[in-house]
Write a protein that binds this ligand. Structure first.
Ligand code: AMP
Ligand code: GLY
Length: 433
């Protein structure tokens, strides 16, 4: 059968790559895809982004199932539109995706359903927001309500920074509509984990646990990014904690959505803070898989992702069983010069061809592409085309070995002024007894 994956980043490369490994899949189209998906044997890029264009394509090409990668098309109602056209699509509807689209909706939803999260208040009036900040003090967190591509959160260590964030969002309106409303929330200390599940409206199928590295620089310093690397699984989520997260967070989300007449179907990502006294508090929900977490998670998934997606669409995820590689997978992001601000594009990437040959004798690594495209001489070179460029992912018997294996591969890839952290997975190594 033929599938269609929406998106063009590393997450979509990993999802499409994994789906194409299913014996029942003949081709996976990726819209719009990147150079990585263009060069894969069973994948084909589709230069369409408009929803009506994608619907016509899915109809004429008899696409069995469409899988949505990023949040933007979900916010635009791609799932509603495909469903109205009687096409099968995996992802939450626009209403269900409010969990990610609006931080205010998400916080109020958590409060209605007793899901553990930090204390908060929402404002549209700058004077009231400033007053609330003075009352609460710093550190404190200011978040734009709407989607802001990872740029809408200010973790303010001082009140000055927090007041400036309010002015930037509510007075200067430099986040546009996304910042017309702000959520101010209590600062949480602890260690972040990424907890992802697949949901069929009633049941959840947990995927492997993972941890992302959000800051640009070693030791979790510097500006926030979409993620500079990730690994899976993580020891911090013990079987007991896993059960607690399912019981106190994931199941209440699904039940809460049902009670509010919005069945949630799709991937669901809970970004959690494990506080120093061991509580699991929700920082945010995403209505999609994480990037770069998907890359190591897909490397470890041994069962058929297509089967799980079918189970999700049939409402039978309670009968699903995932199978995982017991090893650790670790992915390192190579980012362009200037990321996360204004990344430079069009640098030629060297070393990928030679790695394709190594791949044939060593299946324990994979180079997933994010912001890449074909260009350069005769349009035959792979060039940088976005902030995060590649996610070099490798398996190993423990975090340290997976880390060594991944860096050995990354060191064979070059492009001008590439940025790469040298410590991806370090928390996993610290946590290893
Ligand atoms: P979000 O998009 O809401 O997950 O926020 C982006 C990042 O900001 C998170 O991954 C955390 O590193 C940080 N962050 C968000 N909310 C809080 C909070 N309440 N306390 C501390 N850090 C936070
Ligand atoms: N890596 C974090 C995210 O996908 O939101």
């Amino acid at each position: 059968m033929k599938l269609l994956v929406i998106g063009g980043g590393g997450r979509e490369h990993a999802l499409a790559w994994k789906l194409a490994l299913s014996p029942r899949v003949s081709k996976v189209y990726v819209a719009p895809g990147n150079a990585g998906t263009e060069l894969e044997e069973n994948l084909e890029n589709l230069p369409i982004t408009a929803i009506d264009g994608l619907i016509s394509f899915a109809k004429t090409e008899k696409i069995a199932i469409t899988i949505v990668g990023p949040e933007a098309p979900l916010a635009d109602g791609i799932v509603n539109a495909f469903q109205a056209a009687e096409l099968k699509i995996f992802g939450p509807t626009q209403q269900a995706a409010q969990l990610e689209i609006s931080k205010d909706f998400s916080k109020a939803f958590m409060q209605r359903h007793n899901i553990p999260t930090s204390e908060y208040a929402t404002f549209t009036d700058p004077a009231e927001a400033h007053q609330y900040l003075d009352q609460k003090g710093a550190p404190i967190v200011v978040k734009a309500d709407g989607l802001a591509a990872g740029k809408g959160v200010v973790v303010a260590m001082t009140l000055d920074e927090a007041h400036a964030a309010i002015d930037a969002m509510l007075v200067d309106k430099n986040m546009g509509n996304a910042g017309a409303k702000v959520v101010i929330e209590e600062f949480l200390q602890g260690e972040e984990v990424s907890f992802m599940v697949m949901v069929d409206g009633h049941h959840a199928l947990p995927l492997a646990t993972s941890q992302d590295h959000k800051r640009l620089l070693e030791g979790d310093q510097g500006p926030n990014t979409g993620g500079m690397g990730a690994y899976s699984p993580i020891r911090l989520v013990t079987p007991e904690r896993h059960a607690k997260i399912m019981r106190e967070i994931i199941h209440p989300v699904i039940r809460g959505m049902e009670q509010e007449n919005t069945h949630y179907v799709g991937f669901l990502y809970a970004g959690l803070m494990i506080t120093p006294n061991g509580e699991n508090k929700v920082l945010e929900f995403n209505c999609r898989m994480g990037d770069p977490e998907t890359q190591p998670i897909m490397m470890r998934l041994k069962s058929d992702l297509l089967t799980h997606i079918e189970q999700a669409l049939n409402g039978t995820l309670n009968k699903a069983e995932t199978e995982w590689d017991r090893r650790v997978a670790l992915g390192i992001i190579m980012a362009a010069q200037g990321y996360p601000g204004s990344p430079r594009k069009n640098d030629v990437i060297h070393g990928l061809e030679a790695l394709k040959f190594q791949q044939k004798i060593n299946p324990d690594f994979y180079v997933f592409h994010s912001g890449t495209s074909m260009g350069g001489k005769d349009n035959k070179e792979i060039i940088t085309a976005g902030g995060r460029v590649l996610c070099v992912t490798a398996l190993g018997d423990n975090v340290q070995i997976a880390q060594q294996n991944a860096y050995k591969i990354a060191d064979q890839i070059q492009f001008d002024d590439a940025q790469m952290r040298s410590d991806i997975g370090y928390r996993g190594i610290v946590n290893t007894p």
